[in-house]
Design a protein around this ligand. Structure first.
Ligand code: ZN
Length: 253
């Protein structure tokens, strides 16, 4: 069996038997990958300290054609994202991103765009970008990448041209709705919110820290984009419900 090498981000890692772990990774070359790390829990294992999410690794592995579990043979830790792990809220937002990457990342297919998006978000937050900005930016770009975010232009319900005021998002209908069709939506965007939404989706990652979004608006955009991705995946997210509880505790209604 041939040994292959790739870059990989650890999405999650679970114990397997007394001494081993199974690690789920996102790679640019072969998408999502599940590998058995034999002996990873032994005190002298070379894998020790490398398999925790969201580490960036350079790995070597083997995988039989058609098998859904391969074997990890080497793991070199490139970035451990220590700052993210030390901040509870950043870590929860990142866990939500890792869950989503796991839901969208296909097995055995190239996933360069998804890998790059996740790595950009992690690198941004690790470098000091607020996760309150990085969170919605990740969600918006993920929705666009996966084909769930239509271009801003016409109402998805009635087809009318959208003016850049008084629009809303109706993700059950599939995107942007006009001032007339917006009555059902709880996510109405004024001109400023719409500008933030578009900047979050389009600005280069290294310039996102220049965006000044008032906390209430950032929270609104976080809630909107998180509910949108949840709607698309039709799954709840443990990390997302934790963040919603946290937001509720900070701003009791
Ligand atoms: Zn309409």
């Amino acid at each position: 069996m041939s040994i292959r090498q790739t870059e990989a981000i650890v999405l999650r890692s679970i114990d397997y038997s007394n001494s081993s772990r199974i690690v789920t990774l996102l790679t640019p070359d072969v998408g999502q990958l599940r590998l058995l790390a034999k002996g990873a829990k032994r005190p002298k294992s070379p894998f020790l300290g490398t398999l925790d999410a969201p580490s960036l690794l350079e790995i070597a592995y083997s995988l039989r054609p058609g098998a859904d579990l391969g074997t990890l043979t080497e793991a070199l830790l490139k970035t451990e994202f220590r700052a993210i792990r030390e901040n509870l809220v950043d870590f929860a937002r990142v866990c939500n991103m890792l869950e989503l990457a796991g839901q969208f990342g296909r097995e055995g297919e190239r996933e360069e765009d998804l890998f790059k998006l996740l790595l950009d978000a992690l690198t941004g937050i690790e470098g000091g970008l607020s996760s309150q900005v990085a969170g919605p930016a990740f969600h918006i770009r993920l929705l666009a990448q996966q084909g769930f975010l239509p271009e801003f232009g016409s109402c998805v319900k009635c087809g009318k041209d959208l003016k850049e005021t008084g629009t809303a998002v109706d993700f059950v209908a599939g995107g942007w709705v006009c001032g007339v069709c917006k009555s059902q939506s709880k996510f109405r965007l004024n001109r400023q919110l719409l500008a933030h939404f578009r900047a979050l989706g389009g600005m280069p990652w290294d310039r996102l820290n220049r965006l000044r979004i008032p906390p209430k608006q950032a929270e609104f955009l976080q809630r909107l984009t998180m509910e949108w991705t949840q709607h698309v995946t039709e799954r709840g997210s443990k990390a997302a419900s934790f963040l919603q509880k946290l937001a509720g505790a900070a701003h009791p209604s």
